[in-house]
Design a protein. Structure first.
Length: 255
């Protein structure tokens, strides 16, 4: 976990959008210190994922008043002045780093927020933890899948933003994306059981998931069960979501 410390200071003159009368009274102001930490953990398991944590200068800050009319933002921590103050009242601080619209491997973005109250002539420390703001997706195939489709396969993941990624080769690194939706399409080739036969390509069923959550890792697994008729199974976090009998697909494609 990386600790980032910076001071937030704003006078009434800085906050041009503030219309609270108390902002003009120095006695009604208090000093604010924001302490920000960031982590690379996913929500469910608290397991850390491999990604680049933001540096102090990568964070932007937005302050919204909840008991008074106040909104102000700063593009970088370097813009802050430790000697300034906020009017007394209740607020919400939001820190962000990265661009949620940039999707891909090691494209993590971070967001954290914390409510706080400023008391006149007192120093208020606000501790904020910035978590991963993306949804994360990892695609893998089992050994049974590899042994069955010896002719190879091609898998493509497409995000709600329209970005596509070739996920045919499993990677330990997840794809970071906006927490919206994704789909996976693909084909696989079954080599003939007898010498001289022609390989048969089948279209895999499309797998999709929407309502993705931030700071959540989704693992999609392609598997083949050979108990009885060969069956292709697609699992999301170990729960089957798609299943087809491969023998039927092979017969249809061979016609």
């Amino acid at each position: 976990m990386k600790k980032l410390i910076f001071s937030l200071v704003v006078t009434a003159l800085t906050a041009a959008c503030s219309s609270d009368p108390a902002a003009s009274d120095d006695n009604a102001q208090g000093a604010v210190t924001v302490v920000c930490s960031s982590d690379n953990e996913v929500a469910a398991t608290r397991a850390a994922v491999d990604c680049t944590l933001p540096a102090t200068e990568d964070f932007s800050l937005r302050i919204e008043g909840t008991s008074l009319q106040y909104v102000a933002s700063w593009p970088a921590i370097a813009d802050f002045n430790a000697d300034n103050y906020l009017p007394s009242g209740s607020y919400k601080a939001i820190v962000t780093a990265g661009n949620i619209k940039e999707e891909g491997y090691d494209k993590a973005s971070f967001r954290g927020e914390q409510a706080f109250t400023v008391t006149a002539r007192q120093n208020t420390e606000v501790a904020i933890t910035a978590h991963i703001a993306n949804a994360l997706v990892k695609v893998t195939v089992t050994d049974n899948f590899r042994r069955y489709f010896t002719g190879g396969w091609k898998l493509t993941l497409t995000t709600a933003a329209g970005n596509s990624f070739d996920v045919s080769t499993p990677s330990e690194e997840p794809i970071f994306m906006a927490p919206a939706s994704f789909s996976i399409t693909g084909t696989a080739v079954k080599q003939p059981a007898v010498s001289g036969g022609n390989p048969v390509e089948i279209t895999l069923p499309e797998m999709s998931r929407d309502n993705l959550a931030a700071q959540t890792l989704y693992t999609v697994t392609f598997d083949v069960s050979t108990a009885g008729s060969a069956t292709l199974e697609i699992l999301l976090d170990d729960t089957p979501v798609e299943s087809i009998t491969i023998d039927n697909e092979l017969n249809d494609n061979a016609q």
